[in-house]
Design a protein around this ligand. Sequence first.
Ligand code: ZN
Length: 311
Amino acid sequence: MNVKPHGIHHVTAIASDPQANVNFYTKVLGLRLVKQTVNFDAPNVWHLYYGDEAGRPASILTFFPWPGVTPGREGAGLTTATAFSVPPESIGFWHERAKRLGVLFEAPVVRGDSEVLTLFDNDGMRLELIAAAGDQRSGWDGVGDIPQEMAVRGLHTITLSEHSLDPTASMLTEFLGMQLHGESGDSASFDMGLGGAGATVQVQAGVAERGLQAGGTVHHVAFRAPDLLTMESWRQELLGKGVLVTEIMDRQYFKSIYFREPGGVLFEIATDEPGFDIDEPLLELGRKLKLPPWLEPSREQIENSLPRIEV
Ligand code: ZN
């Protein structure tokens, strides 16, 4: 079976203050906090998941907040823009909202057929809101001052910054089954499946300076595999092509493998199953600290080591 992820699964980034992170993504951007857990590889660090009502794949942005972390720097070897899909005609609403709430932003521009508003979160992370026609996903309507017809619908595009285009483009097309959608100068876009919102990767090449992965930058981007069996066969296929892929990791809400693309960006493939309601009901997602069974015996120690957050 050819490796062929059918979209973006999630993006994981590094933040500084966890409370400021919760406030920005829930109250400003209107995402739902769908899981409070810890970094399974470093359980004294929060792992906060935001998404749509259910935290569906392609809606999820997650953070490792490290209070006092050094600010990072955009540049080659990192994904530098995380774009969300918002309804057509909603850019004016988001522009006004950014001004009113004191969020840093760049004036809206038209890119291709879509209006785009760039925002920066409290750690300077670059976010784009793309007014995308034809995105049938409905946003979460749990935030009082964001009408559902304006709400963020999920991830749209991730942008990789690279020294050179070709090595990364080869991995995306030949190893990961993506289709070249368009190319202009040093940049190219790639579709997974039908492409569009939630299934687009943009590569911006010709970036001279190397990025610094720290506060306000993306740690990795994950692509979607339908289920574990498929992912197991994809792992074998990538290994057969000489890609250094990790073992399959149990992330509780999905299973994952990791590898680096030639320009240095950390990629993950994550299964759509089982999802965030595996350990708490849909209506109660994100209200309390959830731990996987193997960390539950250390709950007291973990709770004492985490900075307090209020949601
Ligand atoms: Zn991940």
